[in-house]
Design a protein around this ligand. Structure first.
Ligand code: HEC
Ligand code: HEC
Length: 240
């Protein structure tokens, strides 16, 4: 009896930790599946990408998303909900439609982003709204003592080849902007990508991240979270 109690008590912190842990259930259709091809477009993805989004309508359609991502799409600084504002429209579309297709697993969001909740046109509208929303606020940042190390890793391991020197991503290639995203979200996503638990990952990225230690991931997340928002960083050069 007594030993059972000890076992139960010993398990308590584990259960608490699991409740906080990201959902690491791998998608049967995602990376790791034998026939996985990165960005094999579903018919819906093609359809949504072809539509012209309307930012004003998108603000309305975003109503069902505000509870988590906040009304301006800024998410939460603790990183539970990512910042969506400033993300490329094509990336927003890819992520939402990947989640709808079950390639990226996101059980919390699924009821709000399923085809019962938003139509293909509304996804295009929401993406236009988020890409146009220009409010820049203070994001959730890392401790700040690993920025140099993080920068070295980001450069030496070739992350910039896809995500850009300023973390600006690439709309055309559907590579997300990663600058000034919330620290804890960046860290969580890299852990999921490393474990092949984020189904829609680019295999070349998984290959690089596979041998990263937790300290490496923390350093990169510190660096990216402290980069200026890529839209701000663009202003002096482009003069806009
Ligand atoms: C119940 C909370 C919740 C609601 C409501 C919600 N989301 Fe999310 N969303 C999340 C969570 C949690 C994540 C991050 C999941 C992860 O860690 O991989 C996320 C991630 C995303 C991402 C991926 C961001 C990235 O950088 O890859 C997009 C895009 C997104 N949500 C769009 C939407 C849209 C559009 C709606 C409304 C139609 C919506 N969400 C409603 C919780 C929510
Ligand atoms: C071959 C191109 C490529 C390389 C190299 C690459 N990534 Fe990525 N990364 C992507 C793509 C594409 C996604 C989005 C996943 C998807 O939907 O396909 C992504 C997603 C991410 C995300 C999550 C962003 C979000 O909004 O959810 C982070 C963080 C990230 N990458 C960091 C890194 C780091 C750090 C490196 C270097 C170790 C790296 N990436 C190398 C293509 C790349």
């Amino acid at each position: 009896m007594r030993s059972m109690l000890i076992v139960a008590l010993a398990l308590l912190p584990v259960c608490a930790a699991l409740a906080d842990a990201p959902d690491t259930a791998a998608s049967p259709r995602g990376i790791g599946a034998k026939d996985y091809v990165w960005n094999r477009m579903t018919p819906e993805q093609v359809e949504v990408l072809r539509k012209t989004g309307d930012a004003a309508r998108g603000r309305e359609a975003f109503r069902g998303c505000r509870g988590c991502h906040r009304s301006d799409g800024f998410g939460r600084v603790d990183g539970i909900y990512p910042k969506l504002t400033g993300q490329h429209a094509a990336v927003i579309i890819k992520q939402v439609t990947d989640i709808r297709a079950g390639v990226r697993i996101n059980p919390k969001m699924e009821p709000f982003s399923s085809d019962h909740a938003v139509s293909p046109q509304e996804i295009a509208d929401i993406a236009a709204f988020l890409a146009a929303e220009t409010t820049i606020k203070e994001n959730g940042k890392g401790p700040g003592d690993q920025v140099r190390v993080g920068e070295q890793i980001y450069t030496q391991r070739g992350c910039f080849k896809c995500h850009g020197r300023r973390g600006e991503g690439n709309e055309e290639k559907m590579y997300p902007a990663v600058a000034a995203q919330h620290y804890s979200y960046l860290l969580r996503e890299m852990q999921l990508i490393k474990l092949e638990a984020r189904g829609n990952s680019h295999p070349d990225m998984v290959t690089v991240l596979r041998d990263f230690s937790t300290a490496d991931l923390e350093a990169v997340a510190d660096y990216l979270s402290r980069m200026p928002d890529h839209r701000q960083a663009r202003a002096p050069e482009g003069g806009k």
